[in-house]
Design a protein around this ligand. Sequence first.
Ligand code: PXL
Length: 288
Amino acid sequence: MHNRVYRAAAIHDLSGFGRCSLAVIIPVLSAMGVQVCPVPTAVLSAHTGGLGEVEFRDLTDYLAPALAHYRRLELEFDCIYSGFLGSVDQIDHCLEFIAAWPQALAVVDPVMGDHGKAYQTYTPEMIRRMGELVAAADVITPNLTEACMLLGEPYRHQPLTRMEAKSMLARLSELGPDYVVITGVPVASLPGVANLGYDREKNAYWCSVSDYIPVSYPGTGDIFASVLTGAMLGGDSLPIAVSRATSFVQLAIKTTFSYGSDPRYGVMLERVLGWLHASDTPMNYQLL
Ligand code: PXL
């Protein structure tokens, strides 16, 4: 039994509107009993997914002095969790955070794009160098677009066979991480959309399936990776952590869809956050 609150450094942007990045990561991890220390990579007025021209302030210069301060304080982090980055140099700063707390669980969400396309602010160099950060991670959580980018493959518009899905997981783990999770994957023999997991040490492939909902909301990848991180820090096995994250994101999407709100405004996290306190163990997983 552990009798302390785990602490995570969350290296992500702060988008004021649209319910993504730190605006959802902080409440989700806090609700799961993890202390979040936000390390903002950039401040934006809103996410970059269709809300017009955003105000963007890059915080690359802030990251090294913030790390130096935490070292002076002799803080311990149980987790270093990175996501949306504002510039290519921030990859080096994330690597420095991971190196400074080598015993911490290093979770890298290689946020770069979705639906087969890179996000507006991501340059080809950032995409190329993201592989270095992935190599230093214990856990990575790309969506299918990001998984294809990391492997240098064209985006897959057709459902994957189970063999292709397993091959993608295994090849991503060869880049370095012990645990690979790919979100939002259509798999030919499975209904809906699958979130896939691979535990390299156990050589075990898992999947957790969601119903297909014909709307896409920004920030769901951040919510998924945060629930997964909170669950793994709390001692869940990989399939149970993937299952918990899948169930929660599905609940958030279905709740929001039922209200018919503007998808660009994100999911109605406020209405569903309480579910994270449920003590039931979700068992929405199967072998891939
Ligand atoms: O949820 C990913 C994300 C994070 N941060 C910013 C974004 C997006 C996706 O659009 O624009 C600023």
